[in-house]
Design a protein around this ligand. Structure first.
Ligand code: 2RA
Length: 337
């Protein structure tokens, strides 16, 4: 299998290298691509050194079976044809193609078969906050259809990339050393000792793009008419996002039913003993594969609703791992050989 990673130097690109090695993904040949700035950097994979090549419009993707792309929407849009023209399957982490009718949007625990219908050779990886929420809500939707979701996210610095993670650490250092923050580049405001109730740009309806991703992507992945109202918030955890989720089902569900469904659900770990201070927290889910869920309880304001709390590693299940699982599915069903 000839595999390419586009955006190899980024937080998600680096996670691809770790995950492909950890899962012993079948790779005969690995190609790393990046911007002019990162070209020439060297990374080791399974004991061998690889050099990042500048992504260009040429024949570098001839013979590539799978290309994992995570270099931003603009790069994906510009290079999609170059990447796919010789038959490579492009599994794209950007938001560029997610809502296009001829591009499947896939979470392998939910709609893997959608990945087989890809007229443009592109499969889109959903937004991290959406992936984590649907992995948990889909098994519940099977018990009784979920009609409405209200969600508030608590998103870590990692969602904004490797430079943003460094910036958060730098801001804490500046606070300790100088008593004030002077480095604010990646976030619209100081994040250290703060929370910022805006992720991505505002849209005309006063929801952010991130919040509208949760609305639109959830419907496409779950093949559902569910309506999601989200408030997405940046918090000062370094890695791993959290979400407080309220959902209304067609019939009332007991907490016990929900727990049983989640215990059996792939990709989900139940961490739910709040009387003993046991619940998911971002520090514990960082670096792990599953989405962790707890604080499951009946909603006090609505008999047909329940509420829960979840955390998951945004760089792994929220990005690189989900993409690798899509590729593993294609190999398992013989769609990519
Ligand atoms: C964020 N969801 O956390 C975004 C990354 N895709 O900023």
């Amino acid at each position: 299998m000839r595999v390419a990673i586009v955006g190899a130097s980024g937080a998600v690109g680096q996670e691809f290298l770790r995950i492909l090695a950890q899962r012993d993904f079948p790779i005969d040949d690995l190609l790393l691509f990046g911007s002019k700035r990162s070209a020439g950097r060297k990374y080791s994979f399974k004991g061998k050194e690889y050099t990042v090549k500048e992504l260009q419009h040429n024949d570098d993707f001839k013979g590539v079976d799978i290309a994992f792309t995570s270099a931003g929407g603009g790069t994906s849009a510009e290079f999609a044809e170059t990447i796919t023209k010789y038959g490579a399957v492009m599994i794209d982490n950007s938001s560029q193609f997610r809502m296009d009718d001829d591009v499947p949007l896939v979470v392998p625990e939910i709609n893997p078969e959608d990945a087989l219908k890809r007229p443009r050779g592109i499969i889109a990886n959903p937004n991290c906050t959406t992936i984590m929420m649907v992995v948990v809500l889909n098994p519940i939707d099977k018990l009784s259809h979920i009609k409405k979701i209200h969600v508030s996210s608590y998103q870590s610095a990692s969602g904004a990339g490797a430079a943003a993670m460094k910036e958060l650490e730098q801001q804490y250092k500046e606070m300790v050393e100088d008593g004030k923050v002077s480095t604010i580049n990646k976030f619209p405001h100081q994040l250290a000792y703060n929370v910022i109730p805006q992720i991505d740009k505002m849209t005309p309806n006063d929801y952010t793009k991130e919040e509208m991703k949760m609305y639109n992507e959830t419907r496409k992945i779950m093949h559902s008419d569910v309506r999601t109202s989200a408030t997405c918030v940046r918090v000062s955890s370094l890695r791993s996002h959290s979400e407080s989720v309220w959902f209304e089902t067609e019939r009332p569900l007991s907490v016990e039913e929900i727990r049983e469904a989640l215990k059996a659900a792939p990709g989900v770990t139940l961490v739910d003993d709040p009387q003993n201070y046991v619940y998911p927290m971002p520090l514990d889910s960082a670096g792990k594969d599953d989405v962790f869920v707890g604080r499951i309880r009946k909603d006090l304001a609505d008999d047909n609703s329940n509420t829960l709390w979840l955390t998951g590693d945004q760089i792994r299940k929220g990005a690189a791992l989900n993409a690798v699982q899509i590729a593993e599915y294609l190999i398992k069903v013989g769609d990519v050989k």
